[in-house]
Design a binder for this molecule. Structure first.
Ligand SMILES: CC(=O)SCCNC(=O)CCNC(=O)[C@H](O)C(C)(C)COP(=O)(O)OP(=O)(O)OC[C@H]1O[C@@H](n2cnc3c(N)ncnc32)[C@H](O)[C@@H]1OP(=O)(O)O
Length: 188
C-alpha cells in the first residue's frame, strides 16, 4: 500500500534538516512518527537524543527524576555511543527549547526482543522526565505518547513501564492501565 504523504503542518513542526544534519543522533529522526509532533507547542522541537546533548543540560533535567552525578562529557558520550551500537534497542528522545537550545524534557523506549508470542518485542518506557519548571504543560504526555508510538512502529506487541503510585494517574492519562506490582533489589 502506498504511504500517505505527511501533512505540511506536521512537517513544519519537525526540526529542519539544517537543525539536525550536523548532529549525531541516537537513531534516525524519521523513526519518530510524524503525528507525534502535532501536539508540540511552537516554542519547542523534539528529536532523538544527540551526541552533543551533554552540553544542553541533559544531566540537569534527568536529575529531576533520579540522582545523576556528572561523570564528565567523555563518559557521557561513551554511554551514548554504546546505546547507538546496540542498534534498534534504545530510542531516547528529547524536547528542546528553541529559545535557549536547552533540553526541557526527555524519555526513552527500550525495545526488548522476546522468544514468545511469535518472537515478539516488548517496549520498556524509561526515564520520562520534564524540567520541574515546566510541569503541567503537556510535555510529559507528549514524550510518553512519542516513545509509545516509536515502540509500536518498531513492532512491539506491548509497551510496559514501572512507576511510583503517585505517577499512576499521569500514566493513566497516557493510556496505560494498572498491571501488577514492581519488585526490586537495589544494589546501589
Ligand atoms: C517510567 C518512568 O520514567 S516513571 C518516572 C516519571 N518521571 C518522574 O517522576 C520525574 C518527575 N516528574 C516529571 O518529570 C513530570 O511530573 C511527569 C513526567 C511525571 C509529568 O510531566 P508533565 O509535563 O508535568 O505532565 P503533563 O502536563 O503532560 O500531564 C498530562 C496529564 O497528566 C496529569 N498529571 C501529570 N502529573 C500528574 C500527577 N502526578 N498526578 C495526577 N495527574 C497528573 C496532568 O494533569 C495532565 O492531565 P490532562 O491531560 O487531563 O490535562
Amino acid at each position: 500500500m502506498e504511504r500517505k504523504k505527511p501533512s505540511t503542518v506536521l512537517i513544519s513542526m519537525m526540526p529542519s534538516v539544517q537543525e539536525t544534519s550536523t548532529m549525531k543522533l541516537a537513531f534516525p529522526i524519521e523513526d519518530i512518527p510524524q503525528e507525534c509532533f502535532a501536539a508540540l507547542p511552537d516554542a519547542y522541537t523534539m528529536r532523538p537524543l544527540a551526541s552533543s546533548d551533554y552540553s544542553r543540560g541533559f544531566n540537569e533535567v534527568l536529575e529531576c527524576l533520579v540522582e545523576t552525578p556528572d561523570e564528565g562529557e567523555a563518559a557521557w558520550k561513551g554511554r551514548f555511543d554504546a546505546m547507538v551500537a546496540a542498534n534498534g534497542t534504545y530510542y531516547p528522545i528529547v524536547i528542546v527549547s528553541k529559545e535557549t537550545d536547552r533540553i526541557v524534557a526527555m524519555g526513552t523506549v527500550v525495545v526488548e526482543l522476546k522468544f514468545f508470542r511469535g518472537l515478539t518485542k516488548v517496549g520498556h518506557v524509561e526515564d520520562i522526565v520534564v524540567d520541574t519548571r515546566l510541569h503541567s504543560k503537556g510535555l510529559g504526555k507528549i514524550v510518553v505518547e512519542t516513545v509509545k508510538a516509536i515502540g509500536i512502529s518498531k513492532g512491539c506487541s506491548g509497551i510496559i513501564l514501572n512507576c511510583s503510585d503517585e505517577k499512576k494517574p499521569f500514566y493513566e492519562k497516557c493510556g496505560f492501565t494498572y498491571s501488577g506490582l514492581q519488585m526490586a533489589k537495589r544494589l546501589r
